[in-house]
Write a protein that binds this ligand. Sequence first.
Ligand code: ADP
Ligand code: ADP
Length: 232
Amino acid sequence: DDAVTMTDVRKTYRVGEPVHALDGVTLSIPRGSYTAIMGPSGSGKSTLMNLVGCLDTPTSGTVAVDGEDISTLSERERTRLRGTRVGFVFQTFNLMPRLNALENVALPQLFRSVGRTERHDRARNLLERVGLGDRLDHLPNELSGGQRQRVALARALVNDPAIVLADEPSGNLDTKTEADVLDLFEEFHDAGTTLIVVTHERHVAERADRIVHLLDGNVERIESLEGGSEKA
Ligand code: ADP
Ligand code: ADP
């Protein structure tokens, strides 16, 4: 059983000339694996992540996420899947501007029936683990880019999702903070979370079990890394 199965997935944008952002991608992501996605700008990385993150549906082909075919789900069901079983760290963070860091991280737990105290305790714990224990009351616009990125990461992890997706998760971070974030990923990976990380940075990709290289909307090759858990 895979965390994600993409079968002959095509995504075509029609703004003037059609653009085949994904052009027949077939890819399985095993449960509990740690996958890095690399490829030049325009190769389809964001499009792939938006599909796996249930933000969008394919033009053709199927995308199964945690056992559910996303194109058969209603908008509402996709929102629930995204809120509970998939955690997504966007490049643009998408934090709620009027909520402070603690409230932003606590928010996705509204999908589950846990009380306010427990929601806040868990949010505080995650913010401490990403080094923001002293920024709980700050609004997003009172935080630096790297701090906002860590709030978004804590929010993605707060429901203990089966799958965590991150688009350039360490792009704005200094070396020390990046190391902390990558260590946190490793902790979740060790606990069985499936991780999918888009990165331009080779040293970030090398923390994964394998690297999926995209080129022009296709999987160019899959590189297994030493110590990876992938079967041939
Ligand atoms: P990167 O290669 O660093 O991921 P891009 O500039 O290719 O950055 O993409 C950034 C975001 O812009 C993505 O979310 C993508 O979906 C969106 N995007 C890229 N190209 C277009 C386009 N032609 N029209 C609308 N949105 C686009
Ligand atoms: P990457 O993340 O690897 O940079 P994207 O998935 O963002 O690649 O983009 C793949 C192709 O699809 C690019 O040619 C981009 O311009 C196009 N594209 C992406 N998003 C959109 C969109 N919302 N509308 C139109 N074209 C898009």
